[in-house]
Design a protein around this ligand. Sequence first.
Ligand code: GLN
Length: 573
Amino acid sequence: MAKYIVVAGGVMSGVGKGVTTASIGKILQEHGYKVTAIKIDPYLNYDAGTLRPTEHGEVWVTDDGGEIDQDLGTYERFLDMDIPRKNNITTGQVYKTIIDRERQGEYLGQTVQFIPHIPDEIKRRIKDTSNDFDFVLIEVGGTIGDYENIPFLFAAKSLEREIGKHNLSYVLVTYLPIPSHIEEMKTKPTQQAIRLLSESGIFPDFIICRAKKALDIVRKKKIETYANIISEHVISEPDIETVYQIPLDLEKEKLGEKILKEFGMKSKKQPNWNEWKKLVENILNPKKNVKVAIVGKYIDIGDYNLADSYISINQSLLHAGASLGIGVDIDWLDSKKFEDNKKNLNELKNYDGIIVPGGFGASGVEGKIMAAGFARENKIPYLGLCYGLQLAVVEFARNVCGLKDANTTEVEPKTKNPVIDVQPAQREILEKHMYGGTMRLGAYAAVMKEKTQVLRLYQETGRLHEDTKRIQELMKDKSQTFRLGILEKGKKIVLERHRHRYEVNPKYVNLLEKNGMVFSGYYERFDKTKLMEYIEMPGQFMIGTQAHPEFKSRLGNPSPMFYGFVKACISNH
Ligand code: GLN
């Protein structure tokens, strides 16, 4: 049976609970255990698909099409594994399930109540993620003392009663401020958090103390006495330069061994942090730096569908850089400045590479198209992510194929040359398969063209092999085979995650190809429609993908597209 570790946060939000949870997971993995992690979000939204990114950070997309809080992304980046959507539990999901059940008469006349029905449903969802894992980490969102997370603490307590305390541990991640006017680290807010947690009957087994500095003996003792736990279980987690240092720092305090001991367990293997240390070292002291421009729209904060939080892209560049010993400096350029004055495009010459990331809506689009054109003409390495592919296609259609009015119907619904468009048949399928929207969401297979730059990148990074295993898993699950589409035997297949509505219009593919654009991979739906997944320009690094490869980049296992891009930036340096 799985062991559970409940991680709750005290004092305030933003102390790094997600990263701490991921780090504990990484540590237990290094000690030889199979680990997964759950994020509990105490809001009433069913998922994060409709949340404003400027408030909640970017939406994370899972292989199985979940739109989720970005903490799941942190787990995947640390644990190097694909985590399914069911590992995100929201209050909205819990209530919806219960109300739906009640409407279907499944409670047979019972009064449906907070207790026991809500904690029971939470427990059912938690256990449902456990499969054959040794450890399940459960990060409770929000801060102790919030009304919203009480049901989840109650459920944890109830799970503890059910499976026994020896199978469940509590970790409190807290914050110790050093107010500037007294320059002394204060433990009082942590004491309050401990007291608030005890109101739910929970006494932490470990207290992880986030602060500017490591705790001294005096503060550790204070917390030890107040929380009634041994001081070895009060662990410092001081500010650091890169989050990937955290597992190493926590291991300096022997957190792995201590947690295992708490469960009466021992390490299954001697942890080997050499590889991880080397990557961290590369992040901290790169041999060389390249400079990348990310051209997006950054100011329309009132816009609902703003996709302008780019944590995953940031992380993907960091991972690719770490593997290559290269630091990547990022400048965020507002595409509208190119629309205001074409001369501003020359600024792009100062960069080793250009990224046009995902986005929605019409604002800033012309500027992004101009940037794509500038990259193509000046042979500056270019990586187009989703919208970045679509707009590079629009640019190529206009300026190389001579279709002056080419556009995406997202921006110009009546354009005569809709090179990017929603596919009618696809919309039908989407509506049948997905709830909550009409997006193509989650992992889709791409059949790769031989001898292309993109295929080479997947080979070079070992992703082709990894994806073959994953494809076999997907084949077994009938509800997911639409993600693979038609796969011809002997073809090379890769998987990336998607989140978009529009596609390269199949009617224009021939014309674009004739003019020199290479489509390096496609997804073939069961009705034989081929959707283009990758573009590249021969003789230069100008690559685009309809997917979001940034969702599958991990430290030590970088995304092929980003890896290739950073390498191209070095050559262009
Ligand atoms: N707006 C485009 C679409 O929906 C691109 C989306 C994206 O970049 N994620 O197809």
